[in-house]
Design a protein around this ligand. Structure first.
Ligand SMILES: [Zn+2]
Length: 239
């Protein structure tokens, strides 16, 4: 039997959209599950980026801070990164990057993780201020919490995942990238870029290890709704 690579996930994209903003998984535990990943932090307090085993929080100004092992996440994904595909590319937009990556994937029905090191003539990032209880749905609060930043002539690494459409209630369908710059000072959630030279590494994933949150908020959240449009608005668009 072929060796199947696994990815670990805590929380779901629909629980995050339904205001389950506090998780039960510490970053220390997450670190036992891999060295490359991305996600959110409790109370939506910035963006989480995991690259080469290092954990970073991007604050609302897209500046990176180190995290504590006891910090928790309500939504994160991580794998032991073992790429099996590698190639070089340039991309003059996020859509162009998506098109070129799709063309290289052996199937749209699998999960993939990506590490893309490169030179970015431009990168558009966002991160968030934290929110306070009582928690309201993400679509309602994100416009007030999020800050967008554009940086030019950056070297750094995109950390990304691809999820197939049929898992759209579980994770963001399609591509989802976070960024950390080479100096480990700047990062965030990526919604635009111009990649002037990049080396892509791809890991093919056949196993999803999904940890559901043990909390009253998760138990009581309505996770049955169709959130496709909201995910697009929250994760893909500059608002
Ligand atoms: Zn993100």
């Amino acid at each position: 039997m072929m060796l199947k690579h696994a990815i670990y996930q805590t929380g779901t994209i629909n629980s995050l959209l339904e205001a389950v903003y506090d998780g039960d998984t510490t970053l220390k535990y997450l670190a036992s599950k891999g060295d490359l990943g991305l996600g959110a932090l409790d109370a939506i307090n910035g963006e989480l980026i995991i690259c080469d085993g290092e954990f970073f929080r991007a604050d609302a100004n897209c500046r990176l801070n180190k995290l504590l092992k006891e910090d928790k996440t309500p939504f994160a994904i991580i794998s032991h990164f073992q790429p099996s595909l590698s190639f070089e590319l340039k991309a003059d937009s996020f859509a162009d990057l998506e098109r070129q990556l799709l063309a290289q994937l052996p199937s749209l029905n699998l999960i993939y993780t990506f590490k893309i090191k490169g030179v970015f003539s431009q990168i558009d990032l966002r991160s968030e201020e934290c929110t306070c209880r009582p928690y309201r749905r993400l679509i309602e609060i994100l416009p007030d919490l999020q800050r967008t930043c554009t940086f030019e002539n950056m070297q750094g690494t995109l950390v990304g995942v691809y999820f197939p459409t049929y898992l759209a209630q579980v994770n963001v369908p399609g591509f989802h990238f976070h960024f950390v710059d080479a100096k480990q000072e700047i990062g965030g959630h990526v919604f635009g870029l111009n990649l002037s030279a990049g080396v892509v590494e791809v890991q093919i994933i056949h196993e999803l290890d999904l940890s559901l949150i043990a909390s009253a908020e998760f138990y009581q959240a309505n996770l049955a709704g169709n959130i496709t449009d909201e995910v697009t608005q929250v994760e893909k668009l500059r608002s």
